[in-house]
Design a protein around this ligand. Structure first.
Ligand SMILES: Cc1ncc(COP(=O)(O)O)c(C=O)c1O
Length: 400
């Protein structure tokens, strides 16, 4: 390689260190394009790309090839026309909502909702003149009544956090469309392997890719999929608000996608075994798992989900019993996420839904003794034994 010694060391260093190799034989994984800026042929091309008159790359807050590859892969898995990916699930949810709403609009949202989404609606968007009504997604009469008034967005969760209520998306999407609403669904608990809401008539699907899709608790990411027209609006919102995913994060999520199907089958098989085991334990007040016949929406789950998934809940009756149970567990770390290789047990009332008052917790169906278990990839026998010893420790003082 020739070196032009008429230029100073600094100029030459920057010139040579920023030359991208031309690769005619693509690798088998998507390259991490760790670049914010991309070089155009001339000033006119740069202007056209930045103004979206021409496809291409100019600045990574609008488009980055690694992020784009993830957006396309995520859209393909959902059977959607287009997708766009974000730095976190909340950034994705924020952009999806803001892309559809303006002051004076009304949102109907399911009452069992992830805590931060509820706060985004009630404490952030409400400040900008958006009205929100919370309705049970599993009470069709209440939903129909709520959707009789003008509604700009119907916001749902496929499997609700943390109650694991399963929404009949095809029916609800129809109700929402009849009311003229854009139907947005958070599909985080299901992942595209269990459910593809676009195929059921939903307009926009949002997901925290931090959970099952990333799968390893090592990357924060979010995604939105839908029609090309909707995703163009979502992308425009992101360009002005800046929730773009980092290229390395996009790479990690792409890697997660490669094994999603294998992991989800194992998560679900172990979760089903543990749910059955817990349901027969005399000290447990209630077990909820979408794959159990006793689940209130078992029939909807059977028709709409590939399997029961990796999440179950156990109700131990009181906050104290729940705390004793969590402290006695030896395998799950004391943390508050889900959708990882590690089993994670969490107390929603004091962690993921801490923003809700006692009254709001009660109306959202989140009992004080409720524990949400995200089942990992450990051996089922070890998890069963750990749960048994923790239940003994948690329930001993109240004599089972
Ligand atoms: C259902 C659901 N949606 C969205 C989010 C937000 O995702 P993130 O933490 O990636 O912003 C979470 C996080 O727990 C969640 O459980």
């Amino acid at each position: 390689m020739s070196t032009d010694h008429s230029r100073g060391f600094g100029t030459r260093a920057i010139d040579h260190a920023t030359r991208s190799p031309v690769v005619r034989q693509p690798g088998n994984s998507v390259p991490i394009y760790q670049s914010v800026t991309f070089v155009s042929e001339d000033a006119a091309e740069l202007g056209d790309i930045l103004a979206d008159r021409q496809r291409g790359y100019a600045y990574a807050r609008s488009d980055n090839p690694t992020a784009g590859a993830l957006g396309d892969a995520f859209a393909a898995l959902h059977g959607a026309e287009a997708g766009f990916v974000f730095a976190s699930g909340m950034a994705a949810i924020h952009a999806a909502l803001v892309s559809q709403l303006r002051a004076g609009d009304r949102v109907v949202a399911t009452r069992a909702l992830y805590g931060s989404t509820r706060t985004l609606l009630s404490s952030v968007l409400a400040r900008f003149g958006v009205a929100i009504d919370y309705v049970s997604a599993t009470d069709p009469g209440a939903m129909e009544a709520a959707l009789e008034q003008p509604t700009r967005v119907l916001y749902l969760e496929t499997i609700a956090n943390p109650t694991l209520e399963v929404a009949d998306l095809a029916h609800l999407a129809e109700l929402g469309h009849r009311a003229g609403a854009t139907v947005i669904v958070d599909n985080t608990f299901a992942s595209p392997y269990l459910c593809r809401p676009i195929e059921l008539g939903v307009d926009l699907v949002v997901e925290s890719l931090t959970k099952w899709v990333g799968g390893h608790s090592d990357v924060l990411a979010g995604g939105v999929v839908g029609s090309a027209a909707h995703i163009a609006q979502v992308r425009e919102t992101e360009i002005e608000t800046g929730g773009m995913i980092a290229p390395f994060a996009a790479f990690l999520v792409l890697r997660g996608i490669e094994t999603l199907h294998v992991r989800m089958d194992r998560h679900a098989a172990t979760a089903a075994a543990l749910a059955g085991h817990l349901a027969s334990h005399p000290g447990v007040r209630a077990v909820r798992y979408p794959g159990l016949a006793s689940h209130p929406q078992a029939e909807v789950a059977r028709r709409r989900l590939r399997s029961g998934g990796g999440l179950l809940t156990v109700d131990l009756g009181t906050r104290d019993a729940a705390a004793r149970f969590l402290d006695a567990l030896r395998i799950p770390p004391r943390t508050a996420s889900l959708g990882s290789i590690q089993t994670i047990a969490a107390h929603p009332a004091s962690t993921t839904h801490r923003q809700l008052s006692d009254e709001e917790l009660a109306t959202a169906g989140i009992d004080p003794g409720l524990i949400r278990v995200s089942v990992g990839l450990e051996d089922v026998e070890d998890l069963r034994a750990d749960i048994d010893q923790a239940l003994t420790a948690a329930l001993a003082p109240v004599a089972v």
